[in-house]
Design a binder for this molecule. Structure first.
Ligand SMILES: O=C(CO)[C@H](O)[C@H](O)COP(=O)(O)O
Ligand SMILES: [Fe+2]
Length: 226
């Protein structure tokens, strides 16, 4: 029997993309100590997006340094099928692939689940939201990108909120994540549209007081969820 549906709760996941790359361990620990609910780790392959970050060897080294953290892997890669088992072995908890990067999202979702991870499905700004609907049953989370994937520190695309609203109406119990350009000035739009998993990169990691920013973001989302 399927587990009973649970109302989505607010979770704040800092992206360490714009942190000090020579000291990511410290940045991750700092984010968790500042009240992060999870860590959003951006994997870029220089092909699906025009930038490179890190892969499963880095995740494997990071895992024991932050043993309690939930790792949400944002896989901006062209062959998402290829890295499922290596990421699971490295200690990833959720594997978010882009719908644009696969020809068989259903099989990929199954592969991720069999590897013991939660399934996330992401859509780029140019992808219509209805593309993801047939696969929603296979997913734990849908990610609506609010910038063109590839770089941190970009401007939030408010017109993506219609996708979030559409998904929230259709899937009241689903985790819906937003990612890109989110901080104190843009959180209200995300919260009102119905997002409950909030990725925030530069606004949190560059803040003098990351704890205060995380708490502000959480407060705004919780106000709407209640
Ligand atoms: O996936 C991403 C970029 O492709 C990052 O997660 C995102 O950009 C977070 O950084 P910021 O909050 O600075 O925009
Ligand atoms: Fe991301």
């Amino acid at each position: 029997m399927a587990a009973p549906a649970q109302k989505p709760t607010c979770k704040i996941g800092p992206s360490i993309l714009n942190a000090d790359l020579s000291n990511l361990q410290e940045s991750c620990i700092k984010m968790m100590d500042s009240g992060a609910d999870y860590l959003h780790l951006d994997v870029m392959d220089g092909h699906f997006v025009p930038n490179l970050t890190f892969g499963h060897p880095f995740v494997k080294c990071l895992r024991p340094k932050v043993p309690e953290a939930f790792f949400d892997m944002h896989m901006m890669v062209s062959d998402p099928e290829k890295w499922v088992e290596p990421m699971a072995d490295a200690g990833a908890n959720q594997y978010t692939f882009h719908i644009e990067a696969t020809e068989n999202a259903k099989a990929l979702a199954r592969q991720i689940r069999e590897a013991g991870m939660k399934v996330g499905i992401g859509i780029k700004p140019g992808t219509p939201v209805d593309v993801v609907v047939p696969y929603a049953d296979e997913a734990d989370m849908i990610l609506v990108m609010t910038v063109e994937p590839g770089f941190g520190g970009q401007k939030f695309m408010g017109d993506m909120m219609s996708k979030v609203k559409f998904l929230r109406e259709k899937f009241p119990d689903m985790d819906i994540e937003v990612d890109g350009g989110i901080g104190p000035n843009t959180i209200d739009a995300c919260a009102e549209a119905g997002a409950n998993m909030i990725v925030s990169g530069s606004a949190v990691v560059n803040a003098e007081n990351p704890e205060a920013v995380i708490s502000l973001l959480r407060g705004r989302v919780q106000n709407v969820l209640q």
